[in-house]
Ligand binder design. Structure first.
Ligand SMILES: Cc1cc2nc3c(=O)[nH]c(=O)nc-3n(C[C@H](O)[C@H](O)[C@H](O)COP(=O)(O)OP(=O)(O)OC[C@H]3O[C@@H](n4cnc5c(N)ncnc54)[C@H](O)[C@@H]3O)c2cc1C
Length: 393
């Protein structure tokens, strides 16, 4: 095929991370002719390899959709860690604890390595999905009823709709002329993969301190992921330490229940809030981090992205089955109308937590002690919080 032949697709998706891959899978399973453009394929899974540093807490709503897509079963054959309990506290003596049994579930969620979840999705790709990888988009041109992408290898793909799922720094969002609102948080976070002295754990906990939260997420076996939020210079300084030095810092700064952990690997991440001004422009629509990035303190980012992808693909499949145009402004507006307020609500809730718990001003200190003690004492409030965390209505 010559490099300037235009290939035709129903949909092109830019970015085959967790959100783009899930959307690509849902649409191709429904019989649409899908192109997926990704600059880097996920690494193969090696059971003996150390876990990916980037892990996500996947809630029950996301798990249900991923199960429907057939990828959860692959994930279970690789690596994931369920957790039954979630704890939040300022002082270890006054813990607010949520238990799966309280909402009649076997677990509250799973901690999953981002790379392994992405791979589990890729393993399900059917033949009507065409993968362009490694590849990226250099140009976009829009017509009334289609959008044309030019790839870095000169190929051109024409489709009725383009989904931009290329992450928080989305190139496609910029090509489509969609602006953003947001800011960089003063805090950054250090993520460390650790070996723990304890057998397999089933609890994820978070301690709130005025410098920022300190969290533990369990991983399979005697491993876990530790997240340490603090001001950016302090986080960068911690990230520059050797594993043994960082282990010693963790022992000093984290609550005793962490145990005597040994750091295997670590990295740090800046934290940014970003909200795209609109979720579509012409025949380009945003999903996942391309549309919004959120403070990760309650582990909601990719869960929001999956909720975007689920609704968007349902609307598209519905239009396709009724032989309607799958990229109309009405369809994209219906998607934006539902997802933008839901995402903004979660972002603002996280910012409320960030302000309430990341501050040592006396009135706020009193307010959060009241909030934690009310939540600890009220069974109804606890159930409501737990339901919100797992993603159910
Ligand atoms: C420290 C930290 C902890 C987090 N913890 C959680 C958690 O516990 N739970 C949770 O739900 N979320 C969590 N998140 C958020 C979560 O990681 C993101 O929401 C999620 O990765 C977004 O997925 P995505 O597929 O939209 O984007 P990404 O994961 O960014 O994927 C984008 C994909 O697009 C590809 N790409 C980018 N540019 C191009 C291009 N030009 N051409 C082709 N391909 C391209 C990339 O290679 C990548 O594969 C956390 C985030 C951070 C920083």
């Amino acid at each position: 095929m010559s490099s300037n032949t235009i290939e035709q697709f129903d949909i092109s998706i830019v970015g085959g991370g967790m959100v783009g891959a899930a959307a690509a899978l849902a649409l191709s399973q429904a019989g649409l002719h899908v192109a997926l453009i990704e600059k880097q394929a996920p690494a193969d899974f090696q059971p003996e390899s150390a876990p990916d540093l980037r892990v996500s807490s996947i809630n029950l709503a996301s798990e249900a959709w991923l199960t429907k897509l057939g990828c959860w079963q692959s994930l279970q054959k690789m690596r994931l860690c369920p957790y039954q309990r979630l704890q939040a506290f300022e002082q270890p003596a006054s813990v607010v604890s949520f238990d799966a049994a309280e909402i009649k579930r076997s677990h509250l969620g799973h901690i999953v390595e981002n790379n392994v979840l992405q791979l589990a999705l890729w393993q399900q790709f059917p033949a009507n999905l065409t993968l362009f990888c490694p590849s990226s988009v250099t140009a976009l041109s829009q017509a009334e009823e289609s959008a044309l992408l030019t790839l870095d290898n000169g190929k051109q793909l024409n489709s009725k709709l383009v989904i931009a799922a290329d992450g928080g720094n989305s190139h496609l969002r910029r090509l489509a002329g969609i602006g953003t609102n947001g800011w960089q948080y003063q805090q950054a976070c250090l993520v460390a993969l650790v070996n723990t002295p304890y057998p397999q754990q089933n609890v994820t906990w978070q301690q709130f301190t005025p410098d920022g939260p300190k969290a533990f997420l369990p991983l399979p076996g005697q491993q876990g992921s530790v997240v340490w939020y603090d001001n950016a210079p302090r986080v960068k300084q911690l990230a520059a330490l050797k594993p043994a030095q960082l282990s010693a810092e963790l022992l000093k700064a984290f609550p005793a229940q962490l145990g005597k952990v040994e750091v295997v690997a670590s990295s740090w991440f800046p934290l940014a809030r970003m909200d795209a001004n609109r979720y579509y422009s012409g025949r380009v629509v945003l999903a996942g981090d391309a549309a919004h990035t959120i403070n990760p303190l309650a582990g909601q980012g990719v869960n929001l992205g999956f909720a975007d992808a689920k609704l968007l693909t349902e609307l598209i499949i519905n239009a396709h089955q009724q032989q309607r145009d799958i990229g109309t402004a009405d369809l994209l507006k219906a998607y934006q109308r539902k997802r933008k307020p839901a995402n903004l609500l979660m972002m603002s809730t996280m910012d409320g937590f960030y302000q309430l718990f990341g501050n040592d001003i006396a009135p706020l200190r009193n307010l959060r002690q009241l909030a934690l003690s009310l939540t600890a004492r009220s069974a109804t409030l606890k159930i409501l919080v737990a339901r919100y965390a797992v993603g159910s209505e």
